[in-house]
Design a binder for this molecule. Structure first.
Ligand code: BGC
Length: 919
C-alpha cells in the first residue's frame, strides 16, 4: 500500500469512515438493506442525538471538534428524508430531558432514558414512512463494569416498548446498536425487526460509516469478534467473573467460541466470525501445504451475488483431543479479500504457523512439560466465514511435535480445578498444576551485573546514538538519586511534555536532561489522542469495531495517520492499543479491547503498531495482563493456569511483541497468580524479556500497586517493580524529589534492590528514548515532515485563540468563578486587556464535588494566549478546598491576551480565581 506522507485530515477521515463501515456487523437482514438514498424514513431512539463515539474513561476522552449525530448524517446528502413529526417529537423531548452526563470521571450513565412512544403516534409515522431506524445506545468504561440489568447489557423497558411498537407498525425496521461491546440479543426473537446491525462506537466518523452501509455504498463485511450467547450466565467465566478478591479462571482456555463450540453450541445466538453481506460468496479450498513452519492453505473466494463486496475467510483447526484436551475449533488464520465485483474471484493465502494451534502443556502430561506441543493425530482444518459454518476442508496427520520448549513461569500457587472435555466430550474438571513453592520475585542467579558508577564523564545520549559510546558507559554515569528518578514517570500533565497528556518518561528532572535525555511523552489512547487541555484530536473507532473489520491493512493505514498526528502533537507513544481478551461480556472496558480470540487480538495490535511505527512513534500495548474486569481492578487477583495464560491471555501480547515489534508495554492494575503484575518477575522478565526477547520499556498503569513476596500491594513498592523490570512507575508529580514516597532509596540501602537492577531499567528506558521523535528533536535531527507538522500545529493554536469575556488587568483582578464553565470538556475564554504590565500569577481554589469516585481524575488547564500555563488535576478524593498558584508569562501594558480555562471533566468546584501582580 502507498505510504502517506502527509497528515491530510480528509484522508484520515476517509480511512476512519471506511473502518467504521467495514466494522459494522450485520446480523439480520430480511431484504431490508441496502436502502436507496432519498427515501422516507423515521428515526427512533434517544441515542440518535447523542452518538456514542466511544466509551468513557481514559480510553474515551478525545477532545473532538464536532461529531455529527445520526439525524445530521442520515438526514443529510446521500441520506433519507427523515420524518419531520418524529424528529420534532424527539426534539421536544430532548429539550426537556437533556443528555445526562453524570458527574466526574467515568460516572456517565451507561444509557439515557427513552422517550415514551404510543401506538397511535408510531402507527401514523409508519403510514408516512415505510422504513424505521431504531437506535439503541450504550456507553461503558473504566472503573465500572457492565451489569446484567436494563440500561446496561439488557434493554430498558422504554427501549423494549419502542422496539415492540416500531417493529409492529413499520414495514421495514432497522435496529442500529451504537454500543462498544455486545449486549443482549434475545429481543430479536421477540420483536423480529427486519434488520439488525452492530454499528459499535465509531469515533468522529461513526455516523458517516453507518450511512455508507445503510445505502449500500459499502457492502457490510464486518464479522463478530465475540460469540453472542443468550445470556451473560452462559459465558464460561460467569461463575467467577466480578469477584471481589480472587478471580478464578476455571474455564481455562475455553473462552468465547472455544467454549461454546466445544460444550454448548445450543447457547449461541450468533457465532464468532459471523456477519452478513449484501452479496454472496463461495469459498473453496484450492490447496493446502505442510511447510516447515506450519500449514498454508490457499482458498478461492468468488463473489457469486449481485453487488461488489469483501469477504473474510477464516481457517479453524480441530486438533486431536490427545492427553491435554482441546477446544473443538481454534482460529488459526484469517484473511480478507479486496472488493470483488460480481463474478470476480480472489485467491487468499492463509498461513497458520504451528504455534497458532499448538497447546501449552503445563502439567507434563504429554511428556513435554512447559512446551508448546502438537499431540499426535489427525488435525482437521475447516474453512468458512464463521466458526459454526466453517466446513471441513482438509486433514493433516502429525506426529507428536514439540513446537517450542519453554520454562515454567507465572504459575498459580492456589489449587483449583479447570474445565476440560471429558472422555465423552462433556465438561469435566481437572486440577490445575501449581507451583509447589512460591517463586521468589527474582532468581538470585539472574541478578544483573552492576556497572561501576563513574559520575558525569560528559557522555551524552547522542553519543550512544552515534555509536561512539556503549549504553553501559552512559548509564554508569548516573548517581543513585538519578537512577531512582529515571524509573519514575512524571504526570499527569507533566510540564515537560505536551499539555494535557498522561505522562513523561526519561528526562524527568533537570539533572537527567543534562545527560541529553529528552522527556518522552505518552498520551491515552487507544481511541485517539487524549489531551486534557482542550487540544482537539481525531477520534478513532473503538477497538471492538476495528477488530470486527478483520482488516489488518486498513487498520495499519488508519493508525499510520494516528502516527502522524502523534508526531504533530509531540507524543511519542499512544497508551494503546488495549489488548485484553474479552473474557466476559460484562467487562466495562471491552469496548477498548478487540476480541475474545487471541490471534485476532494480536494481529490487530500488530497492524496498529506497524502504522504508527512508520513515523517513528509507537503504541503502548496494555494492560499486561489479565485485566479482564473493572470491578476492584486494583485488587482482584487473577488466578489463571499457565496454559490459559500462554494460549489465551498472553498470546495477543506475544504476537504484538514478536510480529509487531512492540517497544512499549503497560502492566495492569491487578495481581496475577500472587504478584501485582508490575512486580511480577515471571511475567515481565522471565516470559516477556527472557522468552519473547522483548527489549522495549515496561511501564506500570497509573498509580498501580506492586508487592513483595507475601506482601500487600502498594504504590510505594516501586523497588519490587524495578526488580521485575517494570522499568517505570507511572506517575508522580515530582520524580526527583520522590513525591510518591516510594521505597527505592531504602530498598537500595537495604539490599532489597541492587544498583544493577536500577541500571538495567535505566538502560531499557534510554534505549526506548533513542527511538523517539523527542530524542531526535532534542538533538536537532528534525526533518521536513517535522517542519510541516509544526506549521499545522501553529495554525491550530491560532484558530483556537478566541475572543472571550473582557477582563481588565490593572494589578490584581478577581474572576467570578460563576463566569467559568466547569462542565465536562468546557472551555471559557477571557479577553484580558493589560493596563499594568508585569509578572502575574494566577490563583485558584478548588475541590472535588461530592459524588466523584475517589479515583476520578479531574483536570482544569489554563492557557495564556498560545502559552500553556498549567494543568491542575485533583482526584475525586480531594473534597477539601485546595489552593493552586501558577505563574503567567510576563505581560506589557497595552497587551491583550486570551486567558483560557479548559475542564477535561466535570466534578470540580471553583471558589476563588484571581490574577495577582507580583511585586
Ligand atoms: C488506565 C490506563 C490509562 C491510564 C492513564 C489508567 O486508569 O487503566 O489504561 O492509560 O489510566 O490515563
Amino acid at each position: 500500500m502507498m505510504k502517506n506522507t502527509m497528515l491530510e485530515m480528509s484522508r484520515y477521515a476517509a480511512l476512519a469512515r471506511q473502518a467504521v463501515a467495514e466494522g459494522i456487523v450485520l446480523l439480520k437482514n430480511e431484504a431490508v438493506l441496502p436502502l436507496v438514498s432519498g427515501g422516507r424514513a423515521a428515526l427512533f431512539g434517544y441515542a440518535q442525538f447523542h452518538y456514542y463515539q466511544s466509551g468513557t474513561g481514559s480510553g474515551g476522552l478525545v477532545n473532538t471538534a464536532h461529531v455529527p449525530n445520526l439525524p445530521e448524517v442520515l438526514g443529510g446528502p446521500d441520506g433519507y428524508q427523515l420524518d419531520a413529526e418524529v424528529q420534532a417529537r424527539y426534539a421536544a423531548w430532548l429539550a426537556e430531558h437533556p443528555y445526562e452526563m453524570g458527574t466526574g470521571w467515568a460516572q456517565e450513565p451507561w444509557f439515557q432514558p427513552e422517550m415514551p412512544l404510543d401506538e397511535d403516534f408510531v402507527r401514523a409515522a409508519a403510514q408516512r414512512a415505510e422504513t424505521a431506524f431504531i437506535v439503541i445506545g450504550r456507553t461503558a468504561g473504566e472503573d465500572q463494569d457492565n451489569s446484567n440489568a436494563p440500561g446496561s447489557f439488557l434493554l430498558t423497558e422504554g427501549e423494549e416498548n419502542m422496539l415492540a411498537l416500531v417493529c409492529r407498525h413499520f414495514k421495514k425496521s432497522v435496529v442500529l446498536l451504537n454500543v462498544g461491546n455486545i449486549i443482549d440479543m434475545q429481543w430479536v426473537m421477540r420483536y423480529n425487526p427486519g434488520a439488525v446491525a452492530y454499528i459499535w462506537q465509531g469515533g468522529q466518523e461513526g455516523c458517516r460509516g453507518v450511512l455508507d452501509v445503510l445505502n449500500g455504498t459499502v457492502n457490510p463485511c464486518g464479522k463478530l469478534p465475540d460469540t453472542i450467547a443468550c445470556t451473560p450466565a452462559d459465558y464460561p467465566a460467569a461463575d467467577h467473573y466480578g469477584a471481589d478478591d480472587s478471580n478464578i479462571y476455571a474455564e481455562d482456555i475455553y473462552v468465547g467460541y472455544r467454549y461454546f463450540e466445544t460444550f454448548a453450541p445450543e447457547k449461541v445466538l450468533y457465532p464468532f466470525g459471523f456477519g452478513l453481506s449484501y452479496t454472496k460468496f463461495e469459498v473453496r479450498l484450492l490447496s493446502a501445504d505442510e511447510t516447515a513452519d506450519g500449514i498454508t492453505a490457499f482458498a478461492a473466494v468468488q463473489n457469486t451475488g449481485s453487488c461488489p463486496g469483501k469477504e473474510v475467510v477464516q481457517l479453524y483447526c480441530t486438533a486431536p483431543q490427545g492427553r491435554l484436551g482441546k477446544p473443538s475449533k481454534v482460529l488459526c488464520a484469517f484473511a480478507k479479500t479486496r472488493t470483488l465485483a460480481h463474478g470476480e474471484s480472489q485467491t487468499l493465502t492463509l498461513k497458520a504457523p504451528w504455534r497458532n494451534f499448538a497447546s501449552y502443556d503445563d502439567s507434563g502430561v504429554t511428556g513435554h512439560k512447559s512446551a508448546f506441543v502438537l499431540e499426535a493425530g489427525e488435525y482437521c482444518f475447516s474453512l468458512g466465514t464463521d466458526v459454526r459454518s466453517a466446513e471441513e476442508a482438509f486433514t493433516v496427520t502429525l506426529p507428536l511435535m514439540v513446537v517450542e520448549q519453554l520454562e515454567s513461569a507465572a504459575a498459580p500457587a492456589v489449587a483449583f480445578e479447570r474445565l476440560r472435555p471429558g472422555a465423552d466430550g462433556t465438561p469435566a474438571w481437572e486440577p490445575v498444576p501449581t507451583e509447589e513453592e512460591r517463586p521468589e520475585p527474582r532468581r538470585a542467579a539472574r541478578l544483573p551485573r552492576e556497572w561501576l558508577q563513574t559520575g558525569d564523564k560528559g557522555i551524552r545520549l547522542r553519543d550512544v546514538a552515534d555509536g561512539t559510546t556503549a549504553m553501559a558507559d552512559f548509564v554508569a554515569q548516573f548517581s543513585d538519586e538519578e537512577l531512582c528518578t529515571i524509573v519514575r514517570g512524571e504526570g499527569m500533565n507533566s510540564p515537560r511534555v505536551t499539555p494535557g497528556t498522561a505522562g513523561a518518561i526519561g528526562g524527568v528532572s533537570d539533572a537527567l536532561q543534562r545527560y541529553g535525555l529528552p522527556a518522552a511523552c505518552c498520551s491515552d489512547g487507544p481511541s485517539g489522542i487524549r489531551m486534557d487541555c482542550g487540544t482537539v484530536a481525531f477520534a478513532m473507532p473503538n477497538g471492538t469495531c476495528l477488530a470486527a473489520t478483520f482488516n489488518e491493512g486498513l487498520s495499519e493505514e488508519l493508525y499510520s495517520m494516528e502516527g502522524l498526528e502523534l508526531r504533530k502533537n509531540h507524543v511519542d507513544t499512544l497508551l494503546g492499543p488495549g489488548i485484553n481478551i474479552h473474557r466476559h461480556p460484562l467487562n466495562g472496558r471491552n469496548f477498548e479491547y478487540f476480541s475474545e480470540d487471541p490471534l485476532l487480538t494480536g494481529k490487530m495490535a500488530c497492524a496498529q503498531l506497524r502504522g504508527m511505527h512508520r513515523w517513528g512513534v509507537t503504541g503502548t500495548i496494555k494492560h499486561f495482563a489479565t485485566n479482564n474486569q473493572e470491578h476492584r481492578r486494583h485488587f482482584v487477583e487473577s488466578v489463571v493456569s499457565e496454559r490459559a495464560l500462554r494460549e489465551i491471555y498472553l498470546r495477543g501480547f506475544e504476537i504484538a511483541v514478536k510480529e509487531g515489534h512492540a517497544r512499549s508495554i503497560m502492566t495492569s492494575y491487578n495481581p496475577l497468580n500472587g504478584y501485582w503484575t508490575a512486580s511480577n518477575y515471571d511475567l515481565v522478565t522471565t516470559i516477556l524479556r527472557g522468552q519473547w526477547c522483548y527489549t522495549g520499556i515496561v511501564m506500570s498503569d497509573w498509580w498501580a500497586d506492586g508487592n513483595d513476596r507475601d506482601g500487600a500491594g502498594s504504590t510505594k513498592h516501586v523497588a519490587a517493580m524495578v526488580r521485575a523490570q517494570n522499568d517505570v512507575f507511572m506517575v508522580v508529580t515530582d520524580p526527583e524529589h520522590n513525591s510518591g514516597s516510594d521505597d527505592l532509596a531504602v530498598a537500595l540501602t537495604e539490599g532489597r534492590l541492587i544498583r544493577g537492577e536500577l541500571q538495567r531499567s535505566a538502560a531499557n528506558i534510554c534505549r526506548f528514548l533513542l527511538q523517539t521523535p523527542a530524542f531526535r528533536r532534542s538533538i536537532g535531527r528534525t526533518t521536513a515532515l517535522d517542519a510541516q507538522l509544526e506549521a499545522m500545529a501553529e495554525q491550530d493554536m491560532q484558530q483556537a485563540a478566541q475572543n472571550g469575556q473582557p477582563l481588565t488587568l490593572h494589578g490584581g483582578v478577581s474572576i467570578d468563578p460563576a463566569a467559568i464553565d466547569n462542565g465536562y470538556r468546557r472551555t471559557t475564554a477571557f479577553c484580558v486587556m493589560v493596563e499594568q504590565g508585569g509578572a502575574y500569577t494566577l490563583h485558584l481554589r478548588c475541590r472535588a464535588m461530592p459524588g466523584n469516585s475517589p479515583l476520578a481524575q479531574i483536570p482544569v488547564s489554563i492557557f495564556a494566549g498560545r502559552v500553556f500555563v498549567k494543568t491542575i488535576t485533583i482526584t475525586g478524593a480531594q473534597t477539601d478546598w485546595c489552593e493552586f498558584t501558577a505563574a503567567l508569562p510576563a505581560v506589557d501594558a497595552g497587551e491583550v491576551f486570551c486567558l483560557r480555562f479548559y475542564f477535561g471533566q466535570s466534578g470540580m468546584e471553583l471558589d476563588a480565581v484571581s490574577l495577582n501582580l507580583l511585586s
